[in-house]
Design a protein. Structure first.
Ligand code: NDP
Length: 277
């Protein structure tokens, strides 16, 4: 049976084994998928051992996405643009690195949440790995404007400059949170890690245009502080990042197996499990 795994540190909390088992059942694919704890100083060795034992592919999570990028022999254009890899295909002819996070985000927004992106004003909060992964797929969706805002302002400015070559007609810019005063957006995506520690990026009031969606890449039971603040500030609706998690997994599954699972029922079942605690 073909073997796959998610590799990270820590890894016990990962929902990926459950998601991929559901995809495999649904599509009738015979595969095994496990959670692999890699020592912090031995990511490459962990991958090499898994590959030597016949492993066919890996999802890569915190803190190894940069090491996975360096380890890949070949990379997809979206992985090159992101500078990070969350999916490895372990082939006889070498290791292919891909980044499915941003495509997963865009699929969740457009397919599950019916949130139009073309011609819209998008605010992306944060300038870390999640933002880097999201930028190219978001730019490819042809919004009118893509603003990156970060606590450490220069990182947002540098990212906007780095991605300007991919922007086409999209107005892309980087700034600090204070520069957002008096601006309105149709979609505000929290790609900071503030929610992980129950914190809230210090945003000025009045960010949400009529009908706007607030999206937090973090997921779990109940609303994050960011989503609660967004509702209080006039966001028409809010969503967490569970759909992004399932959609990025579906992209990886399609890359490995050549079959695209129907993610909607898997997302609905996972949501129920999480809400039930
Ligand atoms: P990084 O560590 O690479 O980046 C963290 C970012 O958050 C930086 O821009 C940092 O700003 C900012 N930040 C941290 N704390 C605060 C705070 N208190 N106030 C304002 N800004 C803050 O993290 P990632 O990009 O890898 O992950 C970001 C989030 O996205 C996490 O919550 C992660 O769980 C989620 N994620 C979800 C996925 C999904 O499938 N749903 C996939 C990938 C990520 P500064 O530069 O100033 O330090």
């Amino acid at each position: 049976m073909d073997r796959y795994a998610v590799v990270g540190n820590p890894i016990a909390h990962s929902k990926s084994p459950w998601i991929h088992a559901a995809f495999a059942r649904q599509t009738g694919q015979a595969l095994a998928y496990e959670a692999l704890l890699a020592p912090l100083d031995d990511f490459a060795g962990t991958v090499a051992r898994f590959r030597a034992e016949g492993g066919r592919g890996l999802n890569v999570t915190v803190p190894f996405k940069l090491e996975a990028f360096a380890l890949a022999d070949r990379r997809t254009p979206r992985a090159e643009a992101a500078g990070a890899v969350n999916t490895l295909a372990l082939g006889a002819d070498g290791i292919l690195g891909d980044n499915t996070d941003g495509a997963g985000l865009v699929r969740d927004l457009s397919l599950n949440l019916h949130c139009p992106l073309a011609g819209r004003r998008i605010l992306l909060l944060g300038a870390g790995g999640a933002t880097r992964g999201a930028l190219l797929p978001l730019l490819d969706s042809a919004p009118a404007r893509l603003c990156i805002a970060n606590r450490t302002r220069h990182k947002a400015v540098e990212l906007a400059q780095a991605f300007a070559a991919h922007a086409g007609t999209v107005r892309i810019e980087g700034c600090g949170f204070e520069a957002l005063a008096d601006q309105r957006f149709d979609l505000v995506i929290n790609a900071t890690s503030a929610s992980l520690s129950g914190e809230l990026p210090p945003l000025p009031p009045g960010l949400y245009a009529q009908g706007a969606l607030a999206y937090d890449m973090m997921y779990g039971r109940g609303h994050t502080p960011f989503l609660r603040a967004a509702l209080a500030d006039g966001a028409a609706r809010v969503a967490d990042g569970l759909g992004m998690l399932v959609e990025q997994a579906a992209e990886s599954f399609a890359l490995w197996r050549g079959v695209r699972p129907d993610s909607a029922p898997v997302l609905a079942e996972l949501r129920q499990l999480i809400e039930a605690g």
